[in-house]
Design a protein around this ligand. Structure first.
Ligand code: NAD
Length: 854
């Protein structure tokens, strides 16, 4: 890529609008894995004076953001990752050899359709008529030009499309043999609006723009591109170059697809400027647009300027003609409003006009929209579309060492998910028909294979999730035992046979599978949670579509391999890795999925409940926690500290059952704080696989940022940080953080109310047992609740009165058995319990049958 003009000024000066950052500028950027903390991918970004900010926490795609109230959402702010300075991001965007480890800009439009208006630029309309008639002969061109000019008798721009004057002009030109399809779409009643094939054939700033090699006569089409929300509101604008293949589309309107539907066939960008009080529709109507073409080999220079006043239709008329009762766009759309410039400057020889040459640099700029710069190539030589615009695979990064890529894992699409669901449905009779002995054997075999490979699976798990190696191996073993437990349950399925209240009848009550079940799991227990859903689902005769969290595809894949190797019939178990938005959403909304078991965060759980509720799907949700551990005056201090340190900080605090609130009575408070501080300072935070590590890294950059943000929130709220709460460096680059402990906290502080999901705990001072119990229950969550005491009376009373699904006495709030029910109350859970024999409530449906034997 050639260097932009004005090399002494910063790049931002060259590419931003003239009023700099006064307006709201959005774009999309490739964000490398080390910044997302998980997989590399595209994010919506906001260009600000603090640099380029990743705003994917507001909305994962530009389409989502624009469908909302983008200006208001941005002004509300949020926690945004800074990707770098504007200059650094632009420099990598424009580099000939982009560094994939540094963010760069992509075309700012994502999932929306890109629509384009045909000829609306009055002068270009006339030129095309002349071209049609002259067929490259300069003398004929001149004759046609003068004839058409006379026929119009003035400025074509002043002819109102669809008016009587336009009709009269059409009749005259038809008579003269000078009518053309271009004039029909220019001055006829209807605008020409077409869909530019695949949205993602568009490229952004610095990319190569592609020309179909079948064309040898073509030119840039500088345009203003409107950005339209799903409800038809124009929310912003950007620049575009919708290259015109004059010899292809000029030959026939039917060849438009060949001209427009090719790889990199248009450029859009560099940014979307949102409508606000600095920029609106009237600024679009008045926008000046310049184009500059710089020839690589021949030193050719073309410079021209035009403005939106020159197009034959109003921009809002074009939007209305694009979206109306006949056409809806649920994702919104981008609309090329029509070319602003017809290049007639001769390039190769007099009278031959202009055509592109490969290697041309094309610069389109506007004072209010910045500068879009691209180079021309053949579309066959343009880079193929990559997952940056449509994921297909993603790198799995080790949080203990972000230089280590564990592997590349496929990312499924909606179509893949549908295929998996179809396969699961087709396999239902196969699985049931296998009989309980074979089904039990297969589950037992899966359990045995997991146990035999627990060291290897545990290591993989620790590498991708970050828990210590003993924790990883322990979790893998637990998954093995869960399968063995449910292998036995297959054989134990009993029903009831009862007498009827009516003489001569008997009644049987039996359990049947519910059908295809969709299982959606989080990243923090990448083998155990899938196992405690998959094993009962299969044991009770269901077939499975399983979607693991994006951060942990490795463990899911290894588990799937084992399940297949154990001899499960094809279609009974299906793994679809991919995003929640695509794969997860399809599982939740597909009517063939009879039941959904989800574990994850509260917002995702609520969203899924709303979706599943619409179609009355069976649903089970296990979500967040804010679990208290009460320490009473009579507690054994060592036991209390053991429970608190283990419950709050092991597994890096990333457990839904973590003791993030330590409720401590006055008599033991100071001794407890001192002992905790001493113990915490001795904890080793390091690489998950290293001997002696007590606490591995946080799972990714986003989670680490969230944890550190809560440490700052705690301090701002007036809590005292006793120790920890710092990001630290180790021999390998990773997401390391020292465990943090707050004292002097009040129940209404955010650190005591919101789930942090990291190694951060706060101490609440209680006056006595009753006060401690009230504080423990003062939360909207209700997963696990613990107490450390030597008093049987208090322990018993606590077990009865704690408002939680699981209660622990003298053991950490986290760490549970696999053969008994798991789950919570209040905001933590919804639906019936997981694990143990209670799992059958979810994975079976009950049938009552009456028989009269005669
Ligand atoms: P998350 O809610 O972000 O994601 C969970 C799963 O849901 C992932 O597989 C994700 O891809 C998927 N998902 C996201 N959007 C979706 C959508 N629109 N439709 C369908 N699926 C979608 O949670 P996470 O960050 O992976 O995990 C951390 C959370 O999990 C914490 O809140 C923690 O408390 C909770 N958790 C709860 C339990 C429990 O048993 N209560 C156990 C472990 C973790």
């Amino acid at each position: 890529m050639t260097k932009p003009n004005g090399t002494s000024a910063s790049l931002a000066t060259s590419f931003l609008p003239r009023d700099g950052l006064d307006g709201l500028l959005l774009g999309r950027a490739h964000v490398p894995a080390k910044l997302t903390g998980s997989v590399a991918g595209p994010s919506p970004v906001w260009i600000t004076d603090h640099g380029v900010l990743d705003i994917s926490s507001l909305a994962p795609t530009m389409a989502d953001l624009l469908a909302d109230e983008p200006v208001a959402r941005l002004r509300e702010g949020g926690s945004f990752t800074r990707l770098g300075s504007i200059d650094d991001v632009l420099a990598n965007t424009l580099a000939a050899d982009r560094n994939e480890q540094v963010p760069y800009l992509l075309a700012p439009i994502d999932l929306q359709p890109v629509k384009a208006c045909g000829v609306t630029f009055a002068c270009s309309m006339i030129e095309r008529v002349i071209e049609e008639h002259a067929g490259g002969d300069p003398a004929k061109a001149e004759a046609a030009r003068s004839k058409v000019g006379k026929a119009i008798g003035g400025e074509i721009a002043s002819v109102v499309p669809g008016s009587d004057q336009a009709e009269a002009l059409k009749a005259f030109l038809l008579n003269e043999g000078l009518w053309s399809q271009y004039l029909e779409v220019g001055i006829g009643p209807y605008a020409e609006v077409f869909t530019k094939s695949q949205v993602l054939s568009s490229v952004g700033l610095g990319d190569q723009i592609g020309i179909n090699p079948i064309s040898s006569w073509n030119n840039p089409e500088p345009e203003v591109v409107l950005v339209v929300a799903p409800d038809g509101r124009v929310v912003g604008a950007t620049l575009g170059n919708d290259v015109n293949l004059r010899d292809v589309e000029g030959r026939s309107a039917l060849l438009l697809g060949k001209a427009k539907d090719n790889n990199a066939s248009c450029a859009i960008g560099p940014f979307i400027r949102l409508f606000d009080d600095t920029f609106g529709i009237d600024d679009v109507r008045a926008a000046e647009v310049s184009v500059e073409v710089l020839g690589k080999e021949d030193g050719f220079r073309l410079k021209a300027k035009s403005d939106m006043g020159q197009i034959s239709r109003d921009v809002l008329d074009l939007v209305g003609q694009t979206m109306n009762d006949c056409h809806q766009y649920p994702d919104g759309f981008a609309l090329f409003t029509g070319t602003l410039f017809a290049p007639i400057q001769d390039r190769d020889a007099p009278g031959m006009g202009f055509t592109h040459k490969i290697g041309d640099t094309v610069v389109i700029s506007s004072p209010t929209l910045g500068r879009l710069e691209n180079q021309v190539t053949y579309s066959s030589d343009a880079p193929p579309w990559t997952w940056a615009t449509g994921h297909s695979a993603a790198a799995n990064i080790n949080p203990s060492d972000t230089d280590e890529v564990i592997g590349e894992f496929a990312r499924g699409s909606v179509a893949d998910t549908q295929a998996a669901i179809e396969a699961a449905e087709a396999a239902l009779p196969v699985w049931l028909g296998l009989g309980i002995l074979r089904r039990s054997d297969i589950l037992d075999q899966i359990g045995n294979m997991i146990l035999a490979r627990k060291a290897e699976l545990g290591q993989l798990l620790s590498r991708e999730e970050g828990k210590t190696l003993p924790e990883g191996i322990g979790e893998a073993a637990r998954a093995g035992y869960i399968f063995k437990f449910f292998a036995a349950e297959v054989l134990r399925q009993a029903g009831d046979l009862l007498d009827s209240v009516r003489p001569g009848l008997d009644v049987s009550v039996t359990r049947e599978p519910v059908g295809v079940v969709g299982l959606i799991t989080p990243w923090n227990f990448p083998i155990a949670i899938p196992a405690w859903k998959i094993a009962p689902a299969l044991a009770y005769g269901n077939t499975v579509v399983f979607k693991p969290a994006e951060l942990v595809p490795g463990s899911a894949h290894a588990l799937a391999e084992i399940i297949v190797e154990a001899g499960i019939p094809a279609g009974v178990f299906n793994l679809v890795m991919g995003s929640g938005r695509e794969v997860g959403n399809e599982i939740v909304t597909n009517p063939k999925v009879a039941a959904i078991s989800f574990t994850g965060s509260v917002p995702t759980g609520r969203h899924i409940a709303a979706q599943a509720g619409i179609r009355l799907a069976r649903l089970q949700l296990e979500m967040g926690g804010k679990n208290p551990l009460v320490v009473l005056d009579d507690a054994d201090l060592n036991t209390a500290v053991d429970c608190a340190v283990n419950g709050a900080f092991f597994s890096t605090g990333q457990r839904c059952t973590a003791s993030s609130r330590l409720v401590v009575t006055r008599g033991i408070h100071d001794r407890f704080v001192d002992a905790m501080k001493a113990r915490m300072e001795a904890l080793v935070v390091d690489h998950a696989l290293k001997d002696g590590t007590h606490i591995g890294p946080v799972v990714d950059e986003n989670q680490l940022e969230q944890d550190l943000k809560y440490v700052a929130v705690g301090k701002d709220e007036g809590a005292e940080l006793v120790c920890g709460g710092d990001r630290v460096e180790r021999a390998t680059p990773g997401f390391y953080m020292t465990p943090a402990l707050f004292t002097g906290t009040a129940p209404d502080m955010r650190i005591n109310r919101e789930e942090i999901f990291g190694p951060v705990a706060s101490i609440q001072l209680a006056d006595d047992f009753d006060h401690a119990l009230a504080l423990a229950n003062d939360t909207e969550f209700g997963l696990s609740s613990g107490i450390v005491t030597q008093s049987l009376k208090h322990a018993s009373y606590f077990k009865a009165k704690a408002r939680a699904g699981m209660v622990m006495v003298n053991v950490p709030t986290a760490g549970v058995d696999y053969h008994v029910p798991f789950g919570g109350t209040k905001g933590s859970s919804f639906g019936s319990r997981e694990q143990g024999t209670y799992a059958k409530e979810f994975y079976t449906t009950v049938k009552t049958a009456y028989t009269f034997a005669g």
